[in-house]
Every structure is written in C-alpha cells, then in structure tokens.
Design a protein around this ligand. Structure first.
Ligand SMILES: Cc1cc2nc3c(=O)[nH]c(=O)nc-3n(C[C@H](O)[C@H](O)[C@H](O)COP(=O)(O)OP(=O)(O)OC[C@H]3O[C@@H](n4cnc5c(N)ncnc54)[C@H](O)[C@@H]3O)c2cc1C
Length: 384
C-alpha cells in the first residue's frame, strides 16, 4: 500500500478531542500527517460523548490555564468561521457558591489577573435556582458550550482539507522509535513517521506504558432531566451554570436544554457532578450501565436546588475521565526519544474547551521542538 511506503512528518494516535485538533493544526502548517483511531470519532467509547462541553475563561482551577484558553477561544472562532456555523455558543455561564469556595474565589482570581470580564449577578434573575441566601452568584457572559461531536467533525474535516490522512477502525497495536524514525503497527498496516503524537485519551497508559501509573481512568455519569416548564431551561433563557455545594467534593454543572443538530429534538436539561468517579480497571471493556446509587448526588442537587421543577425520571449516560495525579493535564515529550514522541494526556474531565490550543501546542512541539504557549506547568517533570 502506498501509504505504508511513505514517511509522514507526524502520526497522531487517537482522533478524538485532542488528536483531531492536532491533525488540523499540523496539516494547516503543511505537515504530512496520518491520524489513526480504533473507532470512528466522534464516538461514545472515549471522553467526548454526551452532547455538550462547557467553555469558560475565568478558570477557577488555576489562572495559569487562562493564556491557553485565550488561544483556544481564538481557535474555536477560527473553526466556526471555517465551518460557517457557531461551534462555540456563548450562552454565558453562571457560578453559584459560597464566597470562599474555590469555584468563586478561583474564578475571581483568574478574572483579576487576566482581566477576564465576570460580573456579580442577582440570583433573583434566575428563578430556576433555589440557592442559599449567602451564596454568591457570578455571570461570565463570554462563556458557553461547544458540541463535541460537531467540533471533532469540523476539526477532522478542516485537517483533511489541508491534506491530513485519517484511518479509522484501525487500532494501533505498538510503536517503536528506531534509527531516528517512528514505526507504528496497527491491526492493518505498518506506517513510518518522523514524529509521533499520542492523544489516546483513556487508552493513553496502554499506548505509553511509561505513563500508565499516572493515568487513572474513571467512569462519570451524565444526567438529563425533563423540565416541567421547558421555556425556563431553553437556550436563550438559561445560561450554562456551575454550582458548589459543600456537602460534596468538586462541583455540579449543567446546560440549557440544547436542541439536536440532526432533528431539533431536545433530550432535556443536562447536569452532572464533576468529582471523582468509579475507577475503570479495564479500558477495553464496554462501560457498565450506571447504577442508581451513582446518581445520588445529582438527585439530591435536583431536589434541593431545583425543587419540583423536573420530572422524576432521568436519562443517564456515562463517559470517561482520564485523571492525572493532580487533576492538571500532562503535555510533554517522552525522554530518550530526541523529542520524537510528544503526548497530551490526563485531561482529568476538563480538557475539551482547550482542544484547538492543545492542537497548536502539539503541532509546535512536533514540528519545532518547542512552543511559545505557556505550558510549563503541565510538563511531566512535576511528578519526578
Ligand atoms: C462526563 C464528562 C463531562 C465533561 N465535561 C467537560 C466540559 O464541560 N468542559 C470541558 O472542557 N471538558 C469536559 N470534559 C472533558 C473532556 O471531554 C476531555 O478532557 C476530552 O474529551 C479528552 O480528550 P482526549 O482527546 O484525551 O480523549 P478522546 O476524545 O476520548 O480521544 C481519544 C481517542 O484515542 C483513540 N485511541 C485510543 N487508543 C488508541 C489506539 N491504540 N489506536 C488508535 N486510536 C486509539 C480513541 O478511540 C479515542 O477516539 C468532560 C468529560 C466527561 C467524560
């Protein structure tokens, strides 16, 4: 096969959230790229399932993420312009929580350091939410959501337009770095490249055994509830939202009821708990159907913060986080490969919004060996 005889500038393992972005950015710069995936992204077996992802800039987790997010915002707008449709819908984002909670104090700190517009809002403007009187409410207007399926499709299409070649339903079995080049064996062929980029998500520890100990995969539950008054949760009325409750670790978050791009049908008001999930020990096994007790925290939040506003019946889906030890991403090159193997893994349940920027970083690292985008705080060296 001709493809097997040629040597690519870069092979990307995994064409999901980060791999599709990497192919797009590499091919845009004229690199000869091959992208490989076990499935046909977008799909429901990795970390990008579930219809929607929040995008926000006043990053409460750590202000160091803000410059990377500013790049990502530019990337989402560039992709939208190229595709001719809104990829990132700016619904705004509400933050509810006690003033001292990291959700509130962290968002205000990022806003202060990077002049990210965020304003104090009145809870009375959002009658859907029954929050305690001492809760602070913030509104970040320039936040919203992306549809991961649409975004991944658009990034793959953009990549292909620039010449990137993609082979799906073709799992990578092993790779080798020898005599200054990379050889990748899949179920169907052997390919050669100057550089290897690993964006294998939940399978990152299988593709790069060196990272296995640092990547813990967990199963997370997403819930859709039917509103008794659908107008209250419609896009255009309800922003995306985040909420802290001190009985629980992490935060809760949700979306307005987003119509399907295919037929306009509405699945409901989606919400979830961003917190440690159920550990997955075998990433190749189909995920189990979520058990009712895994919904306890979400039901409690629906009962206490949205009393009598939703039907009892909930629709449920699962998705995977790949967690790093500290919840921050791991972006680096593998030692002893002369920077030939670059990876972006451990997105710990908050990576999607960064995808266009991660694509740029990976293209920089693969083609130039360095990047001007400040990602030092995400290097693997922090665990040594
Ligand atoms: C429930 C849930 C809610 C989330 N909410 C948000 C949110 O609101 N905002 C946000 O920013 N982020 C959010 N995230 C996180 C975000 O979705 C992930 O960080 C992101 O999707 C990770 O992307 P990835 O490229 O690492 O993995 P994926 O998108 O899963 O891509 C990995 C790809 O690698 C392929 N692959 C693996 N091994 C091989 C192999 N051997 N050969 C070939 N291909 C291979 C897989 O098939 C897959 O397609 C959420 C995640 C979940 C699960």
């Amino acid at each position: 096969m001709a493809m097997e005889n040629s040597c690519f500038d870069a092979i990307v393992i995994g064409l999901g959230s980060m791999g599709s972005a990497a192919c797009w950015r590499l091919a845009q710069r004229g690199a000869k790229v091959l992208g490989l995936d076990t499935f046909s992204p977008p799909h429901r077996r990795g970390s990008h399932g579930g219809d929607s992802r929040i995008v926000r800039l006043a990053y409460f987790e750590h202000p160091d993420y803000v410059p990377l997010l500013q790049k990502a915002y530019q990337g989402w707008d560039e992709l939208a312009e190229w595709k001719g449709i809104a990829v990132f819908e700016r619904t705004g984002l509400l933050y509810f929580g006690p003033t001292h909670h990291p959700l509130i104090s962290g968002a205000l700190e990022s806003s202060r350091l990077y002049s990210v517009p965020i304003e104090r809002a009145s809870v009375t403007n959002y009658p859907l939410f029954h929050v305690p009187h001492d809760y602070c409410c913030l509104l970040e207007r320039n936040a919203g959501f992306v549809r991961p399926d649409l975004a991944i499709q658009a990034m793959l299409e953009a990549a292909q337009q620039y010449g990137s070649q993609h082979r799906t339903q073709e799992r990578v079995l092993e790779w080798k770095h020898e005599r200054g080049e990379i050889r990748v064996n899949t179920e169907r062929g052997i390919y050669r490249a100057k550089k290897l980029i690993v964006t294998a998500g939940a399978w990152g520890g299988s593709v790069l055994a060196q990272l296995k100990a640092q990547l813990q995969v967990s199963l997370q539950t997403l819930v859709w509830a039917k509103a008794k008054n659908p107008a209250q949760v419609a896009v255009g009325t309800l922003p995306c939202w985040t909420l802290a409750d001190e009985q629980y670790p992490g935060i809760f978050y949700g979306f307005p009821a987003i119509p399907s791009m295919v037929d306009g049908s509405i699945r409901g008001f989606k919400l979830a708990h961003h917190a440690p999930g159920i550990t997955v020990t075998d990433v190749d096994r189909e995920d189990p159907v979520p058990q009712p007790d895994s919904l306890a925290s979400v039901r409690d939040i629906l009962d206490r913060y949205f009393p009598n506003q939703f039907e009892d019946e909930l629709e449920v889906e699962t998705c995977r986080y790949t967690n790093s030890p500290d919840g921050d991403f791991i972006i680096d090159s593998l030692p002893d490969t002369n920077q030939s193997v670059v990876y972006a893994l451990g997105f710990s349940g908050h990576g999607f919004k960064f995808a266009p920027a991660i694509g740029e970083v990976l293209a920089d690292l693969a083609l130039a060996g360095e990047t001007q985008i400040p990602i030092g705080f995400l290097s693997a060296g922090r665990f040594r």
